[in-house]
Design a protein around this ligand. Structure first.
Ligand SMILES: Cc1cc2nc3c(=O)[nH]c(=O)nc-3n(C[C@H](O)[C@H](O)[C@H](O)COP(=O)(O)OP(=O)(O)OC[C@H]3O[C@@H](n4cnc5c(N)ncnc54)[C@H](O)[C@@H]3O)c2cc1C
Length: 509
């Protein structure tokens, strides 16, 4: 561990803002009672006359929907305080960009390039400190978080500490997996832009393998694509990739659309619950019409040895197993002293404070927020982007209210419905009770997400890409080699190309 003293030479990567840094390894000691009294007094002075009087250090954990939109809101509302140094905002996040996840299926299909699915945080949050790293634990009683960064890894120092006055905890969720044999080795997730692009490359690569092998068993396995989980991530990813692969077959002399086998495995008796029961049934019919096998009430029992074994007894040799069977709260939450619900989300109030913990705030997938608009008592808001974006705005406003000693707002938003794309010109939607299918739903999906994707810059780029792809043929190239950029030079230099274990899991050759 190391000390972040102001006098030490600047580290190679972004240093923590000095006011946030506590000496490493010295988790701030419990302050004596007199200091606590002074702190309370300081806090009161801070909010007197509706102005943030003294320095408030706001730590935002996570740079996704909630993290980015909250920091953006704070940046706008506390413009003057930031200018005169009364407020510091630090965002700690593993990637220097926010991922607009609803665009991942289109990125996988090649309709949007990966760079336009992400929003660069340093540019959008130009008045915040962006620290690329991962918070590993939080001691909120001591207002201290532990984190690792690229620098701590490079220096071998392990971790840093960061102190704060206000905490926004928004690390989102991770894939909910089950102890299924072979899943960790062969499963592919679909939550990040890297996974989406990796999957696109992988699917095209499988078509190349099928096209060139003489072994029918290898060909069949290469052309079998199994998706587990019928929520919008799984259905949209499958719908877009099948559509792309079907299109790509016209450039393969020996792969026809009917040679491919696309399978959707769903444990419950319906898919796409987000668009309602009727539109869910329509989606099943539509996918089956496209020769996609939709297996309801079916579970994956094993995928060891690259054979998907299903609960209905089917055994499907496959080199592609995509796991999109829901999400669970981020494990970081369990490494804090903040209250959690039975399901592991942060117990929150409708004002987006963490219940019973002062100066701790949360929203999005990580937070169990009471849905005050629901008829049923005890309902929580669903983990989706629709709530995450709106909660972030209320959260940002409430931090400002709190700093200024003003009353807090209550988060109230009733779910308006969902839109989902099932491939180019195909979609399904239920918005304000209105049901749409086919082209109108797909068009609505595009209009809605174009209006939602952050920044004018991204909107313009995405629109330009959609327009161009309407004028020209679709891209069907696999750039899987980008994942191993040094391989060719290593070979030329007489070295052994670096073996990437993920190749095995993806089944690429
Ligand atoms: C493929 C896909 C499609 C989707 N489509 C839709 C849709 O159409 N409509 C809809 O409403 N919702 C959709 N969603 C869900 C929606 O994207 C999420 O509900 C939303 O992203 C939640 O926002 P969040 O800020 O809580 O989490 P995220 O946006 O996931 O952000 C979490 C952030 O925390 C960071 N982080 C993680 N660990 C740490 C750590 N230890 N320290 C610091 N930072 C950390 C992550 O890197 C990330 O930046 C989709 C999700 C997926 C995966």
């Amino acid at each position: 561990m190391r000390t972040l003293a102001p006098s030490r030479p600047p580290p190679l990567t972004c240093p923590l803002p000095p006011d946030f840094a506590t000496p490493a390894g010295t988790a701030a000691p419990e302050p004596p009672v007199t200091q606590i009294a002074k702190a309370v007094d300081k806090q009161q002075r801070r909010v007197r006359h509706g102005m943030v009087k003294e320095r408030a250090r706001i730590l935002v954990v996570g740079g996704g929907y909630v993290g980015m939109y909250t920091a953006l809101r704070l940046q706008q509302k506390l413009k003057h305080e930031l200018k005169r140094g009364a407020v510091d905002i630090t965002v700690v996040t593993p990637d220097p960009y926010m991922t607009y996840q609803p665009f991942l299926p289109e990125a996988a299909a090649g309709s949007i390039s990966p760079r336009h699915v992400v929003v660069p945080l340093r540019r959008v949050l130009d008045r915040c400190h962006i620290v690329v790293g991962e918070v590993t634990s939080i001691d909120h009683t001591k207002r201290s978080a532990t984190l690792t960064t690229l620098a701590t890894e490079e220096e071998g120092s392990g971790w840093d500490h960061i102190s704060y006055d206000e905490l926004v905890l928004a690390p989102g969720s991770i894939s909910r997996t089950l102890p299924i044999p072979g899943l960790a080795e062969y499963g592919i997730g679909f939550k990040t832009v890297e996974e989406a692009i990796g999957l696109r490359n992988h699917v095209i690569e499988q078509m190349d393998i099928a096209s060139s092998t003489r072994d029918p068993a290898i060909r069949d396995a290469a052309l079998t694509f199994v998706f587990v989980g019928g929520g919008y991530a799984g259905v949209e990813a499958l719908g877009e990739l099948e559509d792309m692969a079907r299109y790509a077959t016209r450039y393969y002399h020996n792969v026809q659309p009917e040679d491919m086998r696309w399978v959707l495995v769903e444990a419950s008796d319906r898919i796409l619950p987000e668009v309602g029961a009727e539109m869910g049934r329509y989606t099943v019919t539509e996918l089956r019409r496209r020769n996609i096998q939709v297996l309801l009430g079916t579970r994956l029992e094993s995928c060891a040895g690259r054979v998907a074994v299903l609960s209905d007894g089917q055994r499907l040799p496959t080199r592609t197993l995509v796991w999109t069977a829901g999400v669970k709260p981020h494990p970081l939450l369990a490494s804090t002293d903040l209250p959690l619900t039975e399901r592991g989300r942060l117990a929150c109030t409708a004002q987006l404070t963490v219940d019973g913990a002062e100066h701790a705030w949360a929203a999005g997938d990580a937070a169990a927020v009471p849905d005050v608009t629901a008829a049923e008592l005890g309902s929580l808001t669903a983990p989706n982007a629709q709530h995450a974006v709106r909660q972030a705005q209320v959260l940002g406003d409430n931090i400002v209210h709190s700093l200024r000693g003003e009353p807090l707002e209550t988060y109230a938003h009733s779910y308006v419905g969902s839109v989902a794309s099932l491939g180019l010109h195909k979609g399904v939607a239920q918005v304000y009770g209105r049901r749409l299918k086919g082209y109108p739903a797909w068009f609505m999906h595009r209009v809605y997400h174009l209006s939602r994707v952050p920044t004018f810059n991204r909107k313009a780029r995405v629109l330009a890409e959609w327009t161009l792809s309407g004028l020209f043929k679709r891209e069907i190239v696999s750039l899987g080699s980008l994942e191993h950029p040094r391989a060719e030079f290593e070979l030329a230099a007489g070295g052994k190309p670096h073996h990437n274990p993920s190749d095995d899991s993806k089944g690429s050759s």
